[in-house]
Structures are given as C-alpha cells and as structure tokens.
Design a protein around this ligand. Sequence first.
Ligand SMILES: OC[C@H]1O[C@H](O[C@H]2O[C@H](CO)[C@@H](O)[C@H](O)[C@H]2O)[C@H](O)[C@@H](O)[C@@H]1O
Length: 595
Amino acid sequence: MSKAIKDYALISDCRTAALISQQGSIDWLCLPRFDSEACFAALLGDREHGHWQIYPEGNVRMTRRRYRDGTMILETEYHTASGTVCLTDFMVMEGAVPQLMRLVKGVSGEVVMTVELFIRFDYGDLIPWTQIENGRLIAVAGPSTVQLTSSLPLAKPYPKMRQQFVIREGQWHHYCLLWSESHCKPSLPVDPLAALSDTQCWWRDWITRSNYRGPWRGAVERSLLTLRALIYEPTGGMVAAPTTSLPEHPGGVRNWDYRFCWLRDATMTLYALMNAGYRQEAYAWREWLLRAVAGEPEQMQIMYGLAGERRLSETEIPWLPGYAGSRPIRIGNAAYQQKQLDVYGEIMDAFHLARRAGIEPHEAGWKVQKALMDYLESHWDDPDEGIWEVRSARRDFVHSKIMAWVAFDRAIKAVEDFGLDGSLMRWKNTRQKIHEEICSQGFDSGLNAFVQSYGSKELDASLLMIPTLGFLPADDPRVQGTVKAIESQLVRNGFVYRYSSKEGIDGLPQGEGAFLACSFWLADNYILQGQKQRGIELFEKLLAIRNDVGLLSEQYDPEQKALLGNFPQAFSHVSLINTATNLTNQHGPALERKK
Ligand SMILES: OC[C@H]1O[C@H](O[C@H]2O[C@H](CO)[C@@H](O)[C@H](O)[C@H]2O)[C@H](O)[C@@H](O)[C@@H]1O
C-alpha cells in the first residue's frame, strides 16, 4: 500500500532530489539529474521497484523528524524500547558527482538497525549487475554506476542487500551512495562529517540571505529552501516538482511529470525569490531563459528541460503499478507543445520586476522581450490551452488575455519608467484594446463575475490574480463580484478548487483536489480588500496542512485530509511566500505588481 504523500521529506543537492519516508525509506531518487531515470521508484510501485531503508528492528514507539535549521539536512529520531537512534540524511552539496549520505548515530541505549537496499534502474525495471569489490557495493546498468560505501562491512547484494547492525549510545556509522557514469572509474566518496559540515554551511549561507523578517519566518524560510532545492544548479533552470505521476486524485489518471522547467512556474518563483532578496538566482534564471527561448519567438515553448531541451515527449511506463494504483505513470509532458499565452505576460512581468529590483538591464534581454512583443501583437487574440493546460479544444481563456495585457503593460513601463526604446503608442493602443475586450467579453453581468473563457458561464480561480497583476483594483465591483462568485462555487471546506469539475471542462476524467496556489490567491484578495484578519485565517489554515517538515504538494483533499499531486510543488510554496509577504507588509500588499 502506498504511504501518504505527507510521510515524505525531501533532500536535494540542487541537481537531483530524493524523497524519504517517515520509516527511513528512500522511495524516490533519480540520478544524476532531477529528470533522469529513477533508481528508487517504490513511490510509484512496490519496494521491489527500488528503495533504500534504514530503520530500527522491532517496535518504534515514536518518530520525530525535522530539518536542521536553515538546511535541507533531514534528521529523523527513532525512539524504541531499547534506545534512541538518529538518522541524518542529506545530499552532498557541490560534490563532483551526486552523493547521498546517511549517518546513523546512537543517542541512548542500544538499537538493532536493519538496512535494506534494492537498486532498480530505469524506474524499477532494470536489474543491475551488482557485486562487492574492495568492500564497496557496485551496481551497474547501462550508463549508470551506483556505488555504496559504508563504515560497516557490506552484506552480499543478491538479490537485494539486507544487513543488521547494533548501534550504541555515542557510536555512529555512515553509508554513502554515489553515482557515476558507468564508463568512468567511480569517484571516491567524500568524508561524511566534513560533507555534513560543508553542506550545512552551504544551506545556511544561502538562507541567511533572505530578507523576510515577519511572523511567519519559519514557514517562509522552509519554502525558500524548498524552492532553492528545486533549482538545477548547473543551468539555473527550475523543476516544478521533483516527482512524476503523484496523482491529483488517488486511483485517477491525472498523473503528470513535473520534472521540467515551466516558464510560468519559474517566473513566479523568481518573483518570490527576488522579493526575499535573492538576486543571484534572478541573474541565473535570466541567463537560463535567454538561452532556452533563443530563436524565433513563434518557436518559444511554454516549458523546457533543465538545460533548455525542447523535446519532452510524453510516454507511459507500463510496469509500475502507480501511487495508490494511479495510472498511467507518465514520463515527459505533452504540455510542451501547447500554446499558453500567459507565459508572455509572465516573462515580461519577471523582467519588469527585475528592473524594478535594480537588477542591471541586459541588452540581449530587451531585444528578446521586444521580439516577443512583436509576436504577441499579432497573436494575443489567439485561443490557447491556458494556465491549466487543458487537454481539450483551445479557448479564449480570460486569464491568458489578462496576461497578454500584462505583457503590454510591462513593455510600456519599460519605456516610460526605464527609458528603453519601444513602440510606445502601438503598445498603448493594444493594451487598451485588450482591456476593453476582456471587460466586455470576459465578464458575465448575470454572474457578476469574470468567467473562465469568453462567452462561458464557468468560473476560474486563476482570475483571483486580477488585482495582484494590476489589471483592476481589488475594490472594483467586478473584482469583488468575481471573488464572491468563486467563494460560493469553487470553495469547499475553505479550500479553493481551480474550476468546476464538470465533465468536459479540461478534456480529462473528473476528480481532483483543491488547488493550493489558488487558495493562497484568495487570501491575497482578502488582504487587498482590507480584510487582513480573514486573510490571516485562511493563510494559517493553509499552513496547517503542510506536512511535519513544512512541505506542500500541488493539491489537497480536505475530506481525506490528504496532500495530492506532485510533491513538493514549487507553485504552492511560491504562493505561500507571496501571501506571507503580503500579510507582513504593513503598508499594503507587496504583491501589487503594477507599480
Ligand atoms: O491538470 C492538467 C495539467 O496539469 C499539469 O499542469 C499543472 O502543473 C504545471 C506545473 O506546475 C502548472 O504550470 C500548470 O498551471 C498546472 O495546470 C500538467 O503538467 C499538464 O500536463 C496537465 O495537462
């Protein structure tokens, strides 16, 4: 049976990441990159699809987990009848190759520990050739070698490695799993305690650069660290989440691969990081973006691989049973071929925010922005698949049109406020035309609300972003009407669903959870409307559903009280940071981006 998603914690070396259960089992690890094949895939199948567990033998009375302050180093303490043991898990930062370190420390008494290692390459399918060589376990298959070293002698690995050892108060042992290319000689593992200290310094140096000082500092810093953990250090690209196919509905088909860089998710992340004072990441992201979108504007994609790869073809993996039986398991994401007009607005907004934050302008950057604007001038009125990436017919999504308006608005501001050259009059005319069109075709006076697409009677929670984007103020009656309508139709148990779950709305079978980012956006609206206390209540309700180590997935089932969808998801953590910033800013929301 699948463990609850909330049972997992994340460790990362900003190249790849692992998910570790409360029971000390690493059930998800792709090597060497976030988007590589998994060598532990028990998350989407059974233990035999690959896992690595270190756990006390016998009865565990209590388990306590936490990250070391300001780091992505996980400490899990197991209290048993005979003693207490602490397992410290982390990925080594800045190692030559990915290395996952596990330290076992005796805290009190003595505890018998069991170690079980089952390496299966290619998402649980490929049985590696495994042997013990010079005290090291070496597993080879195709392009990858995984090597395990330890302070303890290793047991024979056929078909899996299973061993026990006793740990007494004050003792410690370690295991190190190291990846290398199979045609190369495996690298030497680093010293575990030196690696622990260096990795701790790396994360703490990073988090001390945060300028958030409000009352939700713990939650904000954990979210910032999570976002940082999802940035692929070698290129500056960022994955939406480190997993594939964690379902939006248990047993359902809404299972997607999120191990790619969405321009939308990345620009929103950049916004949150810039607000928190992280400029270096903004520079790295800008360079990544300029490389990824280089070329003809009409060939720009809505998402790319970590290094800007363009072909992300979606395939299904038939051999994995899926999380809670949720199939198919998808590798790749067909959304890369979609048209989503909002990304132009996201990019123009991100560059605008960077200019406002004093990040020095970039000549090539403005050239790219102007080329995108040229393209958008003749395409803003095209129908598209929209922010939610519907897999049905293209429509005139109101959110997409609003983001087209944002693109022109920020281009105009680049000329007016920052002295850049551009077609000011033409852009102003188009901005006005889009605004008028949205207000006449995207607003339903019967519902007194903006609707999902032109002529539709459906609501859409993406429209909660209208005031934060500066399209209309929060006290505009049409915005207030939209918030009211969303409250009455899309809010259940206090959580916001992104749109109606009616058959045919998005081309997929029904059934998904409340969308957490949308729930944070509702809190933003309360704050903008001056209802700060209501905003705080909703925000704290959302904080309460984070798991024990502060992580959120994409969606939530309020009835089952279960996190759903890929985990942890950047979108949710970005929204948490933004709402906290909004609430903390005494002089009004920081999120009003129009200025
Ligand atoms: O639910 C349908 C779609 O779900 C995914 O998209 C969602 O995640 C993206 C990454 O975080 C986000 O940018 C998008 O707004 C969300 O709707 C999936 O990637 C799509 O293929 C799928 O159609």
